[in-house]
Design a protein around this ligand. Structure first.
Ligand code: SF4
Length: 290
């Protein structure tokens, strides 16, 4: 039975409208597929329903039992480098892209080194890689003085606290790799690395830092494999776990019939009452059911 349209509690993570008929994947899709393929599938359908105004129809969730682990192996993680402090920006660096819809990005460059408006004058803010049919928006793209390009994903949190204890660095690494590919496809320059910059805005700034993620042949190969795996997976089965279900947005919105743990929220928010008529919480778990 078709369910009534209920807008997500927050805007989807990829706010640009998808061109009609385009089925491209986003960095966010890869991250959610890695967490739980069913989360990605429901989230995509939820987003499309929200954008189009059409009700969310059909059966939500794959038939059969859930998987014990993600069908996607983790990306290479052995050459990450983590730094404490404010992200290094030098006098010869320029900002060549900035997501115009991100309101809380840090101002790292003086106006003379900010050339992002030139790109956005001629291009849509959504970067699209037609070869791999990947689309998304890094927060920033920096051109270093040696000509190399670096996408930067900005997080308001700190690397080692709260949100990232739950979600883990691996999700940020996946996002950074996908953004490297978008930069490579857009500017025809292969980045050596992507950066995830943690601003620690909720703290006192003393735990600010960033992570450099190499984008070599191994990482690029992993990304290509991930996109192939997602596209060839017709089932997108759930991976219920105490790591993912308590922070899963489709669980929060009461859309997952396979949720094994109740939605806890990132900062202790309770579950949203059962939208769509599907209980947001079924079965036993770490926390006593209400
Ligand atoms: S609630 Fe759990 S099983 Fe359901 S989509 Fe989210 S992570 Fe997957």
């Amino acid at each position: 039975m078709a369910s009534p349209l209920v807008a997500p509690l927050s805007a989807p993570s990829v706010p640009s409208p998808l061109p009609p008929g385009n089925n491209h994947l986003s960095p966010h899709d890869i991250v959610t597929y890695f967490r739980c393929p069913q989360e990605m599938e429901i989230h995509r359908r939820q987003r499309e329903s929200w954008r189009s105004g059409r009700p969310l129809g059909g059966i939500l969730g794959a038939p059969g039992p859930g998987l014990l682990r993600s069908p996607l192996p983790p990306p290479p993680l052995d050459h990450l480098v983590v730094f404490q402090g404010r992200l290094d920006v030098f006098s010869g660096d320029t900002l060549i892209y900035e997501d115009p819809d991100e309101r809380n990005l840090p101002i790292l460059f003086p106006p003379a080194q900010n050339h992002a408006h030139a790109f956005l004058h001629d291009h849509a803010p959504l970067l699209h890689d037609p070869a791999w049919d990947l689309a998304g928006r890094p927060d920033l793209v920096i051109r270093r003085r040696d000509g190399s390009l670096v996408p930067v994903e900005y997080k308001e949190t700190h690397l080692w606290e709260r949100y990232h204890e739950v979600h883990g660095r691996v999700f940020d690494v996946i996002q950074a790799l996908a953004e490297c590919r978008l930069v490579e496809a857009t500017w025809q320059v292969r980045p050596r690395m992507g950066i995830v910059y943690y601003g620690d805005t909720q703290g006192d700034g003393t735990r600010e830092g960033w992570m450099e993620i190499p984008y070599g042949d191994r990482e690029r190969g992993w990304l290509e494999h991930a996109l192939t795996q997602i596209r060839k997976d017709p089932e997108r089965r759930p991976v219920p776990s105490d790591h993912t279900c308590p922070t899963c947005e489709v669980n929060r919105d009461g859309l997952c019939p396979s949720a094994k743990f109740r939605y806890e929220g990132l900062r202790g928010a309770g579950p949203r009452p059962g939208a769509y008529g599907i209980p947001p919480w079924r079965g036993p778990g770490r926390f006593p059911s209400s």
